[in-house]
Write a protein that binds this ligand. Sequence first.
Ligand code: HEC
Ligand code: HEC
Length: 303
Amino acid sequence: MNEFVSDFWSPWIAGVSLLSIVGCAVFLWATSIKRTDAKVDITGHVWDETLAEYNNPLPGWWTWLFYLTVAFSLVYVVLFPGLGSFKGILGWTSSNQYDGEMKDAATTYDPIFNKYLKMDVKAVAADPEGKAMGQRLFLTYCSQCHGSDAGGSRGFPSLADKDWLYGGEPDVIKASIQNGRNGIMPAFGGNPEAVGGEAGAKAVANYVMSLSSMPHDANLASTGKGKFEQACAACHTPAGTGMQALGAPNLTDKTWLYGRSEATIMETITKGRNGVMPAWKDFLGEAKIHLLTAYVYSLSQGN
Ligand code: HEC
Ligand code: HEC
């Protein structure tokens, strides 16, 4: 415990702790000595008119229970850390207990994980037990963002459909999970030349809406088309079908990551978006990611 700034505090705290424990025992002993005037007396404390407190010693079994707790405390602080910076003779720490538990778990589960790691992702996806293990991992690590059915929500893509930001092939799914993803849609609000302020954003938004045949203002859309080609086509392609290498969504389909209303699309254009998928490589390791890949892959296979 090196957070103590001087050597004084550790013995001081240990001393106070020991003194308190021993103090309890002394106090117990002092109060259980038989009085010479042993006859039962009343302390003089009276409540509710007639309720009086008798001056009896504690029952013997109760006193011994107290002594037992004192003895327990002394044994405890010798075995475990509890007295200043003294580590206890067992050398127990929460982190080596955790490491031990992780090691036990590894002995139990590694053979199972390794069996699946040797199999192809598609084969694991077709294996009910492998898929179930992947699902349990998904519920633990992924469902808080992607939903327990992997159906996603605003800003968090559905993994259960056939629409992919980055791609739905096993190795692409695996790369998404291992390294994370960061979809960067630049904000055009502070860049009036590119889109043309609020009115320009409205025009481009109407053009975007026309791409998926949503109701839109045709005049605005035709103004927006040129701006789209200038400012947006580099990432979303001139046809608006998106680019998986950048995670730029397809704007011609019925799947929306953030929403399809004019106001939401304008907000996307003026303020930008920044979807972050954390990287799991270091935390979960290869075998668990393999099972997760197989589970995610299985979801969009329409069975
Ligand atoms: C903190 C929230 C969060 C957690 C937890 C999370 N994800 Fe994601 N994930 C995202 C976001 C946001 C995206 C979209 C990134 C973007 O917009 O570019 C994403 C994207 C993905 C993609 C790419 C989807 C596509 O359409 O190409 C996959 C695959 C994926 N996540 C799987 C997982 C798995 C498996 C886990 C659990 C190990 C997980 N995610 C945990 C937020 C999360
Ligand atoms: C630098 C590349 C890039 C450019 C330029 C770009 N986008 Fe995007 N756009 C993206 C990415 C990446 C996303 C996904 C953001 C995320 O995952 O959070 C996105 C998301 C969107 C969305 C949200 C789609 C949905 O499903 O909710 C819309 C709408 C959109 N862009 C329209 C445009 C328009 C209009 C322009 C031009 C004014 C434009 N983008 C320019 C990369 C780009």
